[in-house]
Design a binder for this molecule. Structure first.
Ligand code: ABU
Length: 379
């Protein structure tokens, strides 16, 4: 019985994992996660389990997502929340608590019939993959073609990070200069990537080089999938480039929304242009600030869940984003989800694909010569 199959974010969705907010913690500051907490955020210095009332509200909205998906015939699995408020001790680091399992998209990367547990570049997220073990055991038992893959477990010692990246004097302007030059907090010491930095478009994987994913991570993917094409992309304009799914979001074959303040550079657009893809600036978010104690930016407005080539779920308050998608020919289903944001992201983050109809297609038969896009082995 075929259970796992997904090659992109837009073919008809039939089976998905939806996260849980239970036991979620604000984990202690660490070299990589400092990046996720903006310099002026009240979360700086806070740590420990999130208030129960906020967990309950987030879980209500996650349940709302589950009900909506099930009402449309999509099978939903849920992870097992661990007691995240436990210290992690490895031979290479110690940290006072873990994080949570609301955003499975960050951890699980589905490529065809494979689900890869990403290395993760936050120490607090080192053991997060365990939340998905039970459901992956079931897939393994029932689906003979399912390949359950764990990327190499990283050390996450101080050698993995530029330990001075977030020194006190750093400003947003400095961070913008650094990220534009591809100088990130994560170094090239070892293979690092978060699953949510990988945009899957059939035979082509577009991988954001940012604070959570390095070039070695891309190289690992390239060696694992020699028949696919791995492209490095980056989005100058983002001082905290973490995860591609509030920056570059496909709605259907040939159409991608791009965050207007994190534009894909001209030379990196060439492959999309050469293959007839339209890149459209996303609408402005409805909110000027993220919700309280939220790691993510206001651009979760575009972090939507596409159900098929014509249907998309968008956060209920994001009316401009909904109108834009409507004009682009999508049927929009609004769903309240803002109470879940603080637990790790929006509708796309809160899900991980198990099964979408469709096969591995070549959407980019015209590959272009471009030093920023070529596969890692050609560099
Ligand atoms: N995990 C997506 C968050 C990206 C952003 O904060 O814009």
């Amino acid at each position: 019985m075929k259970i796992v199959n997904s090659w992109n974010d837009f073919d008809p969705l039939k089976h998905v994992i939806v996260g849980r907010a239970d036991n979620c913690c604000i984990s202690p500051s660490e070299p990589a996660s400092k990046a996720k907490v903006p310099l002026d955020s009240p979360m700086r210095g806070m740590t420990g389990p999130r208030p129960l009332a906020t967990v309950e509200k987030a879980n209500e909205q996650l349940e709302g997502l589950v009900k909506l998906l099930e009402s449309r015939g999509v099978k939903v699995d849920r992870p097992d929340a661990l007691q995240w408020n436990q210290a992690v001790v490895t031979p290479h680091f110690m940290i006072g608590s873990m994080f949570g399992c609301m955003p499975p998209r960050d951890v699980l990367l589905t490529i065809g019939s494979d689900i890869i547990s990403a290395p993760m570049s936050f120490r607090s997220r080192y053991f997060e993959f365990y939340a998905y073990s039970r459901i992956q055991r079931e897939y393994f038992d029932k689906d003979p073609s399912f390949r359950w893959i764990a990327a190499p477990r990283p050390e996450l010692s101080d050698a993995s990070y530029d330990m001075h990246y977030f020194d006190d004097e750093v400003t947003e302007e400095i961070l913008l200069e650094r990220t534009a030059k591809l100088h990130m907090v994560t170094k090239e010491h070892e293979i690092l990537f978060d699953a949510a930095d990988v945009l899957r478009l059939g035979k082509d994987l577009f991988v954001q080089h940012g604070l959570t994913t390095n070039r070695k991570g891309m190289e690992w993917l390239r060696r694992m999938y020699p028949d696919m094409r791995v492209h490095a992309v980056n989005f100058p304009g983002d001082p905290y480039p973490i995860h591609i799914d509030a920056t570059f979001v496909p709605l259907r074959p040939g159409l991608i929304l791009n965050n207007p303040v994190r534009k894909l550079p001209k030379e990196q657009r060439k492959i999309f242009e050469a293959n007839g893809w339209e890149i459209v600036d996303a609408a402005q978010p409805a909110h000027s600030q993220p919700p309280e104690l939220c790691y993510s930016s206001v651009w979760l407005s575009m972090n939507c869940l596409v159900l098929d080539h014509k249907t998309v779920i968008v956060e209920a308050s994001e009316t401009a984003q909904q109108e834009q998608m409507d004009k682009l020919g999508m049927n929009v289903i609004p769903l309240p989800f803002r109470d879940a944001y603080a637990f790790g992201g929006g509708l796309h983050c809160a899900t991980a694909d198990v099964y979408r109809e469709g096969v591995c297609q070549d959407y980019f038969p015209h590959q272009v010569e471009d030093p920023t896009l070529v596969s890692f082995q050609e560099k």
